[in-house]
Design a protein around this ligand. Structure first.
Ligand code: ADP
Length: 624
């Protein structure tokens, strides 16, 4: 095989530039990333060899070795893991697996992220962090039964692949260190970094060096194990420091920030396992770019890493949680597919879910500000649980926060608080879905509730209107939309109804697309509003779906008129005086248009609406 030169994807070279320049003060993390990768590669081959021992090539003395060559100014991190063939080298190191790289770069640029390690850290820079300390990186790798291959790059525009020289299975990453990175040739420095970042790594991280034999005076090889290798999740909680938890979290998540919450416990009884879970502070990169990523934790069976690809270890709405589960009772050498079906996993999932929801509840209670930050990031994800996790719906609902007529703009409160402060006799939680607080607050639909002193909960996240009503009820109170359904106060309008009968029929006839015209008890100050069926979509959701190109069936709504509003009274008087008056149909249409405008929707014919309003203004101003 001759040497091939290939281009990085454009976004990748931009990203490499950013990584090498912006994360400078954090550059020592390159070692953590390389050791993590080596560790993953060992875990992979170890797992696969459980069912096919031939893959081992007789080498299962798992270890990660570091060797520094002071003359050549190189540092090599080597493993006897699964290895990569040429195709894998090109695929894994030549392209970035993330689909949203471009969007991510745009975001970075926008936030002026010259030095924004947190944001870049969320991207999971992994292998590429090597270029912070090296001006050339060479990767020699070999897979079981394949030829050795070599990948090399200066981290600028291109990389080369060629035949490799490695004779055993595994990967060696050699960093040709930059002038100012000579410190990473020093044993003590490497030792302290391994202690700091990777002490708990399960496989030995070994420093290779030479020393003089005292007797013969000859140089001989020396191996020092740098890490204590104590799986952190197996250790006693009281012995683990916050820093150790943080480093472990960063090791498994590739995040740069500390976790918001650590959950570490042993489950005993019907099912035994140990869990170490982390609730992140911010959304990791894969979640910023898409809502699709699946939930996965690292599953171990008695310290042997099995997989991080089991989706049923956690429900998908908790996919923000990172961590490790070590189960004692699961079978070890079966395929992932068979394990996936194991009923024990179900029990573990329920237990983990309960624990996570409980922790979030405590966080909300005890560290409300921290909870607010969490909620801003992951609240919408939690809400998905209302749909998918029937068993825990009430507990999830306890965790939700909303703006309401009783909160200042931007402040939120829980549904429990709303129920608590209800007046006696109120049987429903009243909500109004709107695009933003401003529209919600000035909505005519609030008028009646305000007059009655009832709190209205604002659903400002588009998902709210879909998922919240599915809850059915909360603490015995049903959900009721302020802008849907009949208010059922027929008695109050008995007298008016008679007076308005003919007029309402006339209005209905004049307006197409209106299902019914009736008198309103919910309006106090506005003349008219449009009301949907109990289970219909709110107009702003309808508009949003249309914008996204979703088919939305035409839904006719009911026009409600406020019988005590002077405009409604005047139009009715006009109708009684002369049904043929051309101004009459114009005014009826205007009433409908006003209802559209007040709820934040578009009027059917904006130009005609504008002309009518202009004519009215002219008349009014001339009269002054
Ligand atoms: P991540 O580890 O987050 O997936 P990296 O950029 O660090 O991202 O690595 C990209 C991919 O390259 C890894 O997912 C893995 O498939 C492969 N890889 C990296 N280092 C090794 C290694 N030492 N042995 C085998 N494969 C590796």
């Amino acid at each position: 095989m001759s040497e091939k030169t290939m281009e990085f994807k454009t976004e990748l070279s931009q990203l490499l530039h950013l990584i090498t320049h912006s994360l400078y003060s954090h550059r020592e993390v390159f070692l953590r990333e390389l050791i993590s990768n080596a560790c993953d590669a060992i875990d992979k081959i170890r797992f696969e060899s459980l069912t096919d021992t031939a893959l081992l090539d007789g080498d299962n003395d798992w270890k990660i070795t570091l060797s520094a060559d002071k003359e050549a100014k190189t540092l090599t991190v080597s493993d006897n893991g699964i290895g990569m063939d040429e195709a894998a080298l090109i695929q894994h190191l030549g392209t970035i697996a993330h689909s949203g790289t471009k969007a991510f770069l745009a975001r970075l640029q926008e936030s002026g992220a010259k030095d924004n390690p947190e944001l870049i850290g969320q991207f999971g820079v992994g292998f590429y962090s090597s270029f912070m300390v090296a001006d050339r990186v060479t990767v020699e790798s070999r897979m079981h039964g394949k030829e050795a291959s070599c990948w090399s790059s200066e981290g600028t525009g291109s990389f080369t692949v060629s035949e490799g020289t490695r004779t055993t299975r595994g990967t060696s990453v050699t960093l040709h260190l930059k002038e100012d990175a000579a410190e990473y040739l020093e044993e003590y420095r490497l030792h302290s970094l391994v202690k700091k970042f990777s002490d708990f790594v399960e496989h030995p991280v070994v420093m290779l060096s030479t020393e003089k034999d005292e007797e013969s005076g000859e140089e001989k090889a020396k191996e020092d194990v740098l890490n204590t290798r104590k799986a952190i999740w197996l250790r006693n909680k009281s012995e683990i420091t916050t820093e150790e938890y943080s480093e472990f979290y960063k090791h498994i998540s590739h995040d740069f920030s500390d976790p918001a919450e650590v959950i570490h416990y042993n489950a005993e009884g019907a099912i035994e396992f140990k869990a170490l879970l982390f609730i992140p502070e911010k959304k990791p990169f894969d979640m910023m770019m898409s809502n699709e990523p699946k939930a996965h934790l690292n599953l171990y069976v008695q310290r042997v890493f099995i997989s991080n690809e089991f989706e049923n270890l956690l429900p998908s709405y908790l996919r923000f949680v990172k961590g490790v589960v070590d189960a004692a009772d699961l079978p070890l050498n079966v395929s992932r597919e068979i394990l996936q079906e194991n009923p024990q996993l179900d029990k573990i999932r329920r237990n983990l879910t309960g624990r996570i929801l409980k922790t979030l509840g405590e966080m909300k209670l005890k560290s409300y500000d921290k909870y607010l930050t969490f909620y801003a990031e992951f609240g919408p994800m939690l809400k998905e649980g209302l749909q998918n996790d029937f068993e825990n719906r009430e507990k999830i609902a306890d965790l939700l926060l909303f703006e309401t007529t009783a909160t200042e703009a931007g402040k939120m409160r829980s549904l429990a608080d709303c129920v608590e402060s209800m007046k006696e006799g109120q049987e429903e939680i009243i909500y109004l879905a709107a695009e933003h607080r401003g529209i919600a607050e000035s909505s005519p639909f609030l008028e009646g509730f305000k007059a009655d002193g009832k709190e209205v909960v604002f659903f400002l996240d588009p998902i709210d209107e879909f998922v919240m009503p599915q809850l059915g009820e909360y603490k015995g109170k049903k959900f009721k939309a302020a802008n849907k359904g009949d208010m059922g106060d027929a008695e109050a309008l008995k007298d008016e109804k008679k007076k308005f009968e003919g007029f309402l029929g006339f209005v209905k006839e004049k307006l197409s697309g209106v299902k019914e015209v009736r008198l309103s008890t919910r309006l106090k100050e506005s003349p008219a509003c449009l009301v949907g069926d109990e289970y219909s979509m709110s107009p702003h959701i309808e508009a949003m779906m249309r914008r996204m190109g979703q088919p939305v069936p035409e839904m006719e709504r009911v026009l409600e008129l406020n019988p005590s509003h002077p405009v409604v009274e005047a139009v009715k008087a006009m109708y009684e005086a002369d049904k043929e008056n051309p101004k009459l149909s114009e005014s009826v249409e205007l009433l409908r248009d006003l209802a559209h405008v007040a709820e934040g929707s578009k009027v059917e014919n904006p130009a005609a609406f504008a002309t009518r309003i202009a004519a009215l203004m002219a008349r009014d101003l001339n009269a002054d």
